[in-house]
Design a protein around this ligand. Sequence first.
Ligand code: ADP
Ligand code: MG
Length: 403
Amino acid sequence: MNKTIINDLDVKSKKILMRVDFNVPINDGVVGDDNRIVAALPSIKYVIENGGKAVLFSHLGRIKSEDDKEGLSLRPVAEKLADLLGKPVTFVPVTEGSQLEKAINDMEDGQVLLVQNTRYEDVVNGEEVKRESKNDKALGEYWASLGDAFVNDAFGTAHRSHASNVGIATAMEANNKPVAAGYLMEKEIEFLGNAVDNPEKPFVAILGGAKVSDKIGVIDHLLGKADKIIIGGGMTYTFYAAQGINIGNSLVEEDKIDVAKEILEKGKDQIILPVDSVVAEKFSNDVEEKTVEGAIPDGYMALDIGPKSVETFEDVLKDAKTVVWNGPMGVFEMPKFAKGTLAIGKFLGDLDAITIVGGGDSTAAVKELGVSDKLTHISTGGGASLEYLEGKELPGIASLSDK
Ligand code: ADP
Ligand code: MG
C-alpha cells in the first residue's frame, strides 16, 4: 500500500488522535452489539502498548437538535471500551474547550481518552450548523492542534468528508504531521482495493439487493474489471423487464429499464441472470411459495432465486479465484426467501478463493445466516464499500499521507 499505516508511526509519548467507528447501538445507556469497538482494539492497543497516548474520536447517530445530544453521548462506549481493554478510559463529555485540552495534556503514556460524540458539533447553541458533517475547516484545524499525529481507522465513514476524518487529516498534513491508516482501514483498502484493481483471476462479482439504481455505478465499474457478473435479488426483474420477460408483481424500476438494456448489451458475455425464482402472492413469510422458471406469473412476485439459478451460479463460481459479493440474492429477512443467499454464502465459504462481502444488508445477511466465518473479508463499511466498488476515490482514504 502506498499510504502511511499505523505501523509506520513512532507513537512513544506522542498524542495520537484516532478516528474510530464507535457508531454502535445503545439501549438505555448500555452498548448492544460491540463488534465495532472490538474491531478498533488492535489500533488502540498498538498506540498504548508502544507508550503513546490514544485520543479517540467517533460519531454516534445523527444530531439535529440539542434534544438529541443526551441520548447520543459516547459515555456508555467509554465504559464498554474500558471493560474490553481492561484499563480505565477517560471520557471527556465535550468536543472542544479547556476541559478537553486539559484532559489531553494531563494524559500519561499508555492512556486512553475518548472525546464526546463528534456530531455534538452539528448543533451549536440550538442551531443545526453541521460543523462536523460539513467539514468546518476551523473545527478540523482545532482538533488537529490537539495531537502529534492522526490515525484514521474508520472505514465506514471514509466516503464522507467530515471534520473528524478529512478535516483533521488535512490540517495535520498542512503542518507536516503524519496521517496514517489504522489496521482496520488498512485491511479494507488491502482487500477491497486488491480485489477490484488487482484481482487474482478469474474474478467474479455477485450483485444483488433491491434496486438497480443503487448498483448501476458498481455494475458499470465492475464490467470493466470482472470476468463474470452474476446478478440476483430484486434487481433481476428490471433486467427481465428489459428483455421483455414477464415479471408479475416483482420489484421493478420502470425508469431503469433502458439502463438495464444498455448494461445487458455492454456485458453480454459477462452478465449471468437467474433462470428460476421463488415466488409468492404476497411480500410475506406466511404465504405459500413456489418455484418457477423464467417468467414470473401474473399475480406473483419473485422474492428469491431458485435452485437452478443456484446451480448455474455455482458453476460460474467454482473456478473463481476472487469473488466480490454485494447485495443479497433474495429477501433474506424472511426465512422462506433466504435460501438462495444462504446457498451462495455456503458455497463461497468452501471455495478456494478470496471472497469479499461489502454492503450493509449483505454483511448483515451473511452474519445472520451464519456463513460469514469462512469468507475472507467482510467489509465494515456499507456505503463506503459500495463507493469503493464504484471506483470512486474515498476522501477518508485520499487524505491519508502518502508513503
Ligand atoms: P446492500 O445494503 O448490501 O448494498 P441492498 O440494500 O442493495 O444491499 O439490498 C438489500 C435488500 O434487498 C434486502 O432488504 C432484501 O430484502 C432486498 N431484496 C433482495 N431480493 C429481493 C427481491 N427479490 N425483491 C424485493 N427485495 C429484495
Ligand atoms: Mg442496503
